[in-house]
Design a protein. Structure first.
Length: 136
C-alpha cells in the first residue's frame, strides 16, 4: 500500500499567496514609522536637559520642539503658538488618546515651555511628556 508519490496530472496553482506580501508591507511600515521620527528630530539640534530618572520613550502623535533661540517646531516644521493650538485641537478631536512630547533646549526660558504646555493642554491633549536625556 504505497502512496503515489508522482502524480501524472500537473495542476496549475491558481491561488495567490498573500502572506509574504503582508509581511513585507508591515516591515516597510514599521521602518517608515521609526525613521520618520528620527528624521524630524535630526533636522535641528536641541540640547535636552538630563535627569537620573528619565523614563522610556513615549509613543507620540504630536512632537513639539523648542530650540535654543525659542523657535517653536511642530513635527519638524517651524510654527507659531496659534498654529500649534489649531493642529493640537484637530489631532485631539480625531483621537481622544493622542499624546504630545515636548522637547525644549535647556537654554530656553522656563516660561516659554510652560506657555507651550498651556497651549497643548488647552486644545484637548490630556497626556503629554517632557523629553529629557537620561544621565549616565
Amino acid at each position: 500500500m504505497a502512496a503515489n508519490v508522482f502524480k501524472d496530472d500537473e495542476e496549475v496553482i491558481a491561488e495567490i499567496n498573500i502572506v509574504p506580501f503582508v509581511d513585507i508591507v508591515l516591515v516597510l511600515l514599521i521602518t517608515f514609522m521609526l525613521t520618520s521620527s528620527v528624521i524630524a528630530k535630526a533636522s535641528f539640534t536641541v540640547e535636552l536637559p538630563t535627569a537620573a530618572s528619565a523614563g522610556s520613550a513615549v509613543n507620540s502623535t504630536v512632537n513639539v520642539v523648542i530650540d535654543a533661540d525659542g523657535k517653536l517646531f511642530l513635527d519638524g516644521a517651524e510654527t507659531t503658538d496659534e498654529k500649534l493650538g489649531a493642529f493640537v485641537a484637530r489631532a485631539s478631536w480625531k483621537d481622544k488618546d493622542v499624546q504630545a512630547v515636548i522637547s525644549a533646549d535647556k537654554k530656553v526660558d522656563y516660561g516659554h515651555v510652560v506657555r507651550v504646555i498651556d497651549v497643548v493642554k488647552a486644545n484637548g491633549i490630556k497626556s503629554f511628556a517632557l523629553n529629557i536625556q537620561r544621565e549616565l
